[in-house]
Design a protein around this ligand. Structure first.
Ligand code: SF4
Ligand code: SF4
Length: 186
């Protein structure tokens, strides 16, 4: 069984937002919500300014508070390492939204269930890459199996100093960031 993860190479993101658009179209995300975002950060002081982009999405955490607090078992960790939501079990209580320190979830108001990035589970099961990864022109988003030592994600994590977002939260994310501009902090 694989253990899926994503590596985001911040030096390769050009901020085109193609991933955001591809995700919304692939997953019919309501206009007012996002399963992934690209944040723009400006650092330094004039005239030595630098813009950097950072993609964010559900981290498919190994210690996932969204799963812990879910009263119905709708939010759950799957064998492939991803965190998923069983829509039929979800009662829309929003406990998971409050528990997620990454603001990764939202309620689909039309249908009443919690929703978020699935690592495009339907595409991956069909042998494809997640939509955001397939569309990324900079090859900034890399998806793969951490249990395969020859996968690109395994190689990138061996060869780079990776960080995760909010490590102090103790959630053990499966989205990793590499090649961040040196002066940034977690
Ligand atoms: Fe849950 Fe949030 Fe972690 Fe995703 S990022 S697994 S929604 S705690
Ligand atoms: Fe679980 Fe749904 Fe409540 Fe979230 S909103 S905690 S998935 S029942």
């Amino acid at each position: 069984m694989p253990k899926y993860a994503m590596v985001i190479d911040q030096s390769r993101c050009v901020g085109c937002m193609a991933c955001v658009v591809a995700c919304k179209r692939e997953n019919q995300v309501p206009p007012e919500h996002y399963r992934t975002r690209v944040l723009e950060e400006v650092s330094g002081s004039y005239p030595r300014l630098r813009t950097e982009f950072r993609s964010e999405l559900c981290n498919h955490c190994d210690h996932s508070p969204c799963v812990t607090v879910c009263p119905t078992g709708a939010s759950h960790k799957e064998e492939d390492g991803t965190v998923q939501i069983d829509r039929d079990k979800c009662v829309g209580c929003k406990a998971c939204i409050a528990a997620c320190p990454y603001n990764a979830r939202y309620i689909n108001e039309e249908h009443g269930y919690a929703d978020k990035c699935t690592f495009c589970q339907h595409r991956v099961r069909a042998g494809k890459k997640p939509a955001c990864v397939a569309t990324c022109i900079g090859h900034s988003r890399i998806f793969g199996d951490l249990d395969d030592p020859n996968s690109e994600v395994s190689r990138l994590l061996r060869d780079n100093n990776a960080r995760v977002l909010l490590p102090s939260a103790g959630t053990r994310p499966n989205v990793y960031y590499i090649n961040q501009f040196p002066h940034k902090k977690s």
